[in-house]
Design a protein around this ligand. Sequence first.
Ligand SMILES: Cc1cc2nc3c(=O)[nH]c(=O)nc-3n(C[C@H](O)[C@H](O)[C@H](O)COP(=O)(O)OP(=O)(O)OC[C@H]3O[C@@H](n4cnc5c(N)ncnc54)[C@H](O)[C@@H]3O)c2cc1C
Length: 489
Amino acid sequence: MSETTRAVVLGGSVAGLCAAGVLARHFDEVVVLERDELPEGAEHRRGAPQSRHPHFLLNAGRRAIEQIFPGVEEYACSLGAQVRNPALCTASCGPYGWSARARGEMTMLYTSRITLERALRDKARELPNVIVVEQAIAKGLITDRAANRVCGVRWVGPDTGGDTTIDADLVIDALGRGSKVSDWLGGAGWEQPPVDTLDAKATYSSRWYQAPTGDDRPSEWWWDHLAVMPTADRGSHPLEHDYLSTIFPIEDDRWIVFMGSWGLDMPRTVEDFESRAERVRAPAFPNAIKQAEPTSEVYVTKSTGNKWRRYDLMADPPRSLVSVGDSICAFNPLYGQGMSAAAVTATILDECIRSTTELDEVSAEFLTRQRDYLKIPWSLATARDRGYDHAEGTLAIESSRRRALTGRMSWPAFSFIMRAAAEDSVVEEHFARVFNIEESLADMMRNPKVLARLAIFGVRLALRRTRLPEPLDPLQDPPGADLSQLVGK
Ligand SMILES: Cc1cc2nc3c(=O)[nH]c(=O)nc-3n(C[C@H](O)[C@H](O)[C@H](O)COP(=O)(O)OP(=O)(O)OC[C@H]3O[C@@H](n4cnc5c(N)ncnc54)[C@H](O)[C@@H]3O)c2cc1C
């Protein structure tokens, strides 16, 4: 690209910052319009209320942000983030009980969303041709319907004295779940994109704590991260046994303590949070919380449905406009995919700009390649969510029998694959790739090598000859013995 060019990014959150990072390599000027006043440090802000809840960054996301902003992980670590081996540092209570502890191949960056976003923001601000305009509200698009293109943005800022416009060679919609871009296109004469939806009513309830350290930390706490999955028990049991509960370690020895569920009403007050934590199926969870110092109120969100705006299915999607992050495809966050998918698709945008000779062709090329990638996280998120009776949306399974079967199979199947992965390097490699949104679930389950290894593990399980011991009763303390040697690690 040789002519002077400008890209305008709408939204300065994770997806917008990642997009700005790659666009800075190709455009003379990248203008990010962000509605919020952005904090200097790691602080919550109005436009990203989800930052109060735990955020997992998967391997694919880690690699992508590093590709976009070299050195960002080291910088995040200097702000307190930590790289850990989750299989070794997590006390994990699966549907049948505590898993044995053995090293895994996967590592993960543990940090709060606010610190990660701060690291990305600081890195983006270092780029000389990226201009972040704060308190800048995008209000519409400037379009040329006859030429089927978007040419700029209508916006208002603190110093603009009312609505103003900015021309752009490429507009990036990174406005999150609530993006109005498809409405704006509709108002300008384009058809609305079809929208795929599936809302399994995942609800998050989180509270922040300061963890005990040094001599105050109980010696039996070998773990950094504690996770309790919903029970596999199909009989009657307390409601809280169906929670997914986590003690998620973040910087400065703090925890985000989280209880979540598919479709249950979750605690909103401190009293309710504490009393329901008591009834979580593994007492290690409430026992640990009681020894930490709460530092926040309880935060609840239900804004979690899977939603994919299918711009790729429009007859004539406008040129010079691309949507990234939650604005195009938002996932049930219980699967921890949103930030990683946003970062990976930003690297795809980078590749598309590199491989296209005409800027005009970028949006169409990107839409196709983005769709092919998004199918991977989308299929993982929707596969489980479709099994819930209460799930609503265009992808909800109509047949109650099929739905019940999907629902009954999913946790046991997940637990079986997890156990096989802990013992078998081939299953582990593929499962880690699926979990890290690098391979689709369908591709893994079609792979003859994986199927053979799963079958062998199934036989070992039936004969009670697994290398790692059976899951341990959730009422006990999580087993801390490092059994990596038993599985050749
Ligand atoms: C409870 C919860 C937990 C989650 N956990 C995880 C997790 O574990 N792992 C993971 O990878 N992802 C997780 N996610 C998803 C993750 O937060 C998002 O995928 C990620 O933030 C990318 O979002 P985004 O940048 O597309 O949009 P957002 O983060 O929603 O940002 C949109 C931005 O646009 C700005 N904006 C809005 N309107 C305007 C306007 N008119 N003009 C200018 N600016 C505007 C907002 O201020 C905001 O900064 C979670 C989400 C939720 C809700």
